[in-house]
Design a protein. Structure first.
Length: 563
């Protein structure tokens, strides 16, 4: 009787959201835990949901989920414990550095559960998230393929396998294109107004909407469109920012971006069909996607004919696969003339580059190459660690071995356990040459890190974009690699448009040789850095006014065609 009263009381408190009281009562009556392992789960969730939670609460919640797994007899509860453990790590790893080490514990739990239960869709989906944070994309893709083999209907799964194959050489563009065409059947088409039922002639200007789930604090896309919006011809165009994320996350460049739109619409609380209805009520004529497959829950909006012209730009540098996305904005360096057939969208090729960077309102200052004071060479990459492929590790390790006493600085926007990366370099015996910098929220603090680098090293096949712009803006040369489709040629296009084509390597051997050329010829390196510092802002990379004129002309061309 006492047990039943206690359990009922806990359930009542949970419904009343009295989470601190729940934790206290379970702690005080912990003798009930042995017979009622569900209490571990309730206490863990209460620790996560309480208003004043801290890192200790999160770690304690993880321990509770482990116990919930260990003491539960029911398989569904074991799965719930593992999924809750992984989700808690994912949700808190960017806030608390200490949490990233618990992903390894999550892997142990996942393996135990998989060995005990076998295939389970919910478990495997959670495992994909786990292995992304463990930087093991092969295992993540293996789970995704198992999900597809078992006929999952999840569009999230199909999108994840699609975009993860941008990170390595497994798929050429033809294979990627064929996959994208097969996966579109999992995306809904909505019942909506037909275009000919909407009176766009009432618009005094061409209404162009930019829709994204990434209008967040200093997100990379904000730097690529901010000044384009600022320079957009207000006589011809009326720009709409359509945000699918709460405005509470606006900060830095994203807050500036909001102010550069003529109108700002926050639709984060609405369903897709509600968003579509509102966009059509606003009579948006050109709708630009800035998300791609990274947000399968929202990209589905573009699977229907919402606006007369629908375009994909900067958010996802590959084909999405939807027939209702009319155009993909690219350039001649990213997609060659005979490759258009491997993209679902018609290709708009900008005159120079597919985007330009807005630059920074921070005073630039030429900095001598750090090797002069350090007496050793420092290489650097501030790309997301997911982009550091096995091929990249191999090449960078060979460089570190060939350049005596050299160092490599790494910094990632994704907070993961650095020991995972270090272990990969350890296989080549260069782990002592690796240094990690912490992610900086402040822009100025972030840009100061480039002062520590002699030569930046781009990742491949998934190139850096904003990091390459940042490096060149700072006067730091970037060594890149030729690619085989749009995604893997971004660095190539940036370097070509920066008049730095000689920094693009043909292959891994050439990549190493280009680095050695500048470490063995310091005068060449000094002259290169000075040349970049003096001239880079005058190239198409940062000429927002020129880019915007070209952008407007291309939009007008496709707009007129749609009439």
């Amino acid at each position: 009787m006492l047990e039943r009263l206690f359990l009922n009381n806990i359930n009542d408190l949970f419904n009343e959201k009295k989470f601190d009281e729940i934790i206290l009562k379970i702690n005080t009556n912990n003798h009930f835990l042995q017979n009622y392992p569900d209490l571990y789960n309730i206490r863990a969730v209460s620790r996560i949901l309480k208003l004043n939670k801290n890192k200790t609460d999160i770690i304690s919640a993880l321990k509770d989920f482990e116990n919930y797994f260990s003491y539960s007899k029911n398989n569904e509860k074991k799965i719930e414990a593992v999924c809750n453990f992984i989700a808690t790590c994912v949700a808190n790893s960017q806030k608390y550095d200490d949490i990233v080490v618990y992903f390894k514990d999550g892997e142990d739990l996942f393996k135990k559960c998989q060995n005990h239960i076998g295939y389970n869709e919910k478990l495997f989906k959670s495992g994909v998230d786990l292995y992304k944070y463990l930087l093991d994309l092969d295992k993540a893709k293996k789970l995704l393929k198992e999900l597809i083999k078992n006929k999952t209907k999840s569009k999230v799964v199909y999108c994840a396998l699609g975009y993860l194959n941008n990170y390595d050489y497994d798929w050429d563009q033809k294979k990627y294109f064929e996959y994208s065409k097969k996966s579109i059947k999992f995306f809904s088409k909505y019942k909506l107004k037909k275009i000919n039922e909407i009176n766009y002639s009432e618009n005094k200007k061409i209404k162009i909407g930019f829709i994204s789930k990434d209008f967040t604090s200093n997100h990379s896309i904000t730097w690529l469109i901010k000044n384009v919006l600022l320079n957009l011809d207000k006589n011809n165009f009326e720009s709409y920012g359509i945000s699918l994320t709460d405005d509470a996350f606006l900060n830095g460049s994203s807050l500036e971006l909001k102010n550069n739109f003529n109108k700002w619409l926050n639709f984060s609380k609405f369903t897709n069909i509600e968003i579509i209805s509102k966009l059509q009520d606003q009579k948006i004529e050109i709708l630009v996607d800035l998300m791609g497959l990274f947000h399968p829950d929202r990209i589905e909006i573009f699977n229907s004919r919402v606006a007369p012209v629908q375009i994909s730009w900067v958010g996802y540098p590959n084909t999405v696969g939807f027939s209702n996305i009319d155009y993909l904005i690219s350039d001649k360096n990213l997609i060659k003339n005979n490759e258009d057939k491997y993209y679902s969208e018609k290709i708009i090729k900008m005159s120079n580059i597919w985007n330009c960077h807005s630059g920074f309102q921070i005073k630039r200052q030429f900095i001598d190459a750090p090797y002069k004071k350090n007496k050793y060479f420092t290489f650097g990459s501030f790309n997301n660690f997911l982009k550091i492929s096995d091929e990249v590790i191999e090449v960078w390790s060979k460089i570190l071995k060939k350049v005596n006493n050299s160092k490599l600085i790494l910094k990632s926007s994704l907070n993961v356990n650095k020991d995972i990366i270090l272990k990969k370099f350890e296989n080549y015996g260069v782990e002592n040459s690796i240094r990690f910098f912490k992610k900086q929220e402040g822009l100025e603090d972030h840009l100061k890190y480039y002062k520590e680098i002699d030569i930046a090293l781009d990742t491949f096949p998934y190139n850096g974009v904003v990091t390459t712009f940042e490096s060149l803006w700072s006067g730091v040369p970037v060594i890149g690699m030729r690619g085989f489709h749009m995604n893997s040629r971004c660095g190539e296009s940036i370097l070509k448009n920066g008049n730095l084509e000689f920094l693009i390597s043909k292959n891994k051997i050439d990549y190493i040789e280009k680095v050695l050329l500048y470490t063995k010829n310091q005068d060449k390196l000094d002259n290169l850095r000075l040349n970049i510092y003096k001239n880079i802002l005058n190239t198409p990379l940062f000429d927002a006014k020129k880019f915007t004129r070209d952008f407007e002309n291309k939009l007008l061309e496709v707009y007129i065609k749609s009439k």
